[in-house]
Ligand binder design. Structure first.
Ligand code: FAD
Length: 401
């Protein structure tokens, strides 16, 4: 906690395993409650970008809109149709996820093991992930029980016998990122903007972070509250974070290669992970707690995710952000500061004496995506007024008002 003073005690765990299907159901329900129309089975076939609108052919219909966001996954049609460049590195291995029944599960050791042929991760009784360093040749090649068994034996080096194969899917460590996230009226988010190996489970959060960053900006532009230029800050803020996750996944592949050099490097990294600083560094990268956008301010909280404050009325910070507005928290002694600024015009939800603060802050302005835009430790009325002005400027409101 000494390294991450802003990480307040929270009921949210540090690891949240969730099935994609369950998460999609929650997100779809929320989108529909807000009025979004979801057309299923109507894949986008073609996209035409114009100066003032985008035209999409999907499911035999033509749709026109001012903006299009391609969130259509790693093989994104939108990305390909609109000429985005997708740069990166080719796969070194094929990953196989298998769900099997084994004659004798004790033949395999539970957990993740690097072997002379690749990597075998066994989660008893029958969930197995294998990495086969074949340059990605096995990707999307069908496996039956016999070929899955041969693969398992070759990679694990154990005489395992598969009696039933329930599921076999493949993936790779190909790592690519769109060099631009916006071309004219088209934007990319999620896997459409970046793909990498699922080792370490970073992809989903990366896409959710894109959506949070882009969502409020696009809404402000569509409502006419902000100039189009606000959308360029999406790429400026999110591209470096995506690039860092790609680096992280490439580093893991480098440690997994079945070469003597990689084995030696992995042993050194394992030793470093046993140290306090090493473990802290790794946790910081996995959780993303070290992430900080360069918003050009001096307070150490600016550019970071907001601490999860507990409000006096029992609500938590995340609940306040559900309204999709910026939130101004003005703590105890500085409560009169709230009267100094026209929060309504600035589109800010303002709460005086809101929270149990243990961080010694007097006031905090949080963007709709949960990123701290301004923070102060003193009762600085002029600073707050200026911060609100700056917020309006950065959100494009100044230009429109
Ligand atoms: C084996 C594996 C394990 C993983 N494990 C983890 C993990 O543990 N943790 C983690 O964070 N991430 C993990 N990931 C990564 C994670 O699944 C992705 O990063 C995430 O699903 C990306 O979400 P997305 O919405 O951008 O794309 P997708 O989930 O791919 O969704 C894209 C959607 O667009 C639709 N679509 C495609 N083409 C069109 C079209 N032309 N028109 C209209 N719609 C279209 C698709 O049907 C799909 O519904 C894993 C990935 C794999 C392959």
């Amino acid at each position: 906690s000494g390294r991450w003073p802003w990480r307040l005690p929270s009921p949210v765990g540090t690891q949240m395993a969730v099935e994609l299907q369950a998460l999609e159901a929650v997100l779809a329900e929320r989108a529909q409650a807000l009025g979004a129309v979801i057309l299923r089975g109507a894949g986008v076939q073609s996209v035409q970008m114009g100066a003032d609108e985008v035209q999409v052919e999907a499911g035999g219909q033509t749709f026109r809109g001012r903006w299009l966001v391609g969130c259509d996954g790693g093989r994104s049609t939108v990305r390909k149709q609109c000429g985005f460049s997708f740069a990166g590195t080719a796969p070194e291995f094929t990953g196989h996820s298998l769900s099997v029944e084994l004659e004798d599960p004790t033949v395999l050791s539970p957990g993740r093991h690097t072997t002379a042929q690749g990597m075998c991760n066994f989660n008893p009784p029958g969930t197995i992930a294998l990495a086969d360093f074949d340059g990605g040749a096995g990707h999307r090649q069908p496996l039956d029980r016999e070929s899955a068994q041969a693969l398992l034996r070759r990679i694990s080096g154990r005489e395992a016998t598969i009696t039933a194969l329930h599921l076999a899917t493949t993936w790779t460590d190909g790592a690519r990122q769109a060099t631009a996230y916006r071309r004219g009226r088209v934007l990319l988010a999620g896997d459409a903007a970046h793909v990498h190996s699922p080792l370490g489970g970073q992809g989903l959060n990366l896409g959710l972070g894109d959506a949070m960053n882009l969502g409020w900006k696009l809404a402000a532009v569509v409502r006419g509250e902000a100039a189009d230029a606000l959308l360029d800050t999406y790429q400026a803020e999110r591209h470096p974070i995506g690039a860092r996750v790609l680096e992280w996944s490439r580093a893991q592949v480098a440690l997994m290669r079945p070469s003597a050099g990689s084995r030696a490097l992995a042993a050194i990294v394992a030793d470093l992970a046993e140290t306090r600083d090493g473990a802290t560094y790794l946790a910081e990268r996995v959780w993303g707690v070290g992430q900080q956008l360069d918003l050009g301010h001096t307070h150490p909280l600016v550019g970071r995710s907001t601490p999860d404050f507990l409000m006096v009325d029992g609500r938590r910070m995340g609940e306040l952000l559900r309204a999709g507005q910026a939130v101004l928290l003005v703590f105890d002694a500085a409560a009169s500061l709230c009267e100094e600024v026209d929060v309504e015009r600035a589109g800010i939800l303002s709460i005086a004496q809101p929270a149990v603060d243990s961080l010694g802050l007097s006031a905090l302005l949080v963007r709709p995506d949960g990123i701290v835009a301004w923070a102060s430790d003193g009762a600085d009325a002029a600073g707050l007024a200026q911060a609100v002005q700056e917020w309006m400027g950065s959100a494009g409101r100044e230009a429109i008002a």
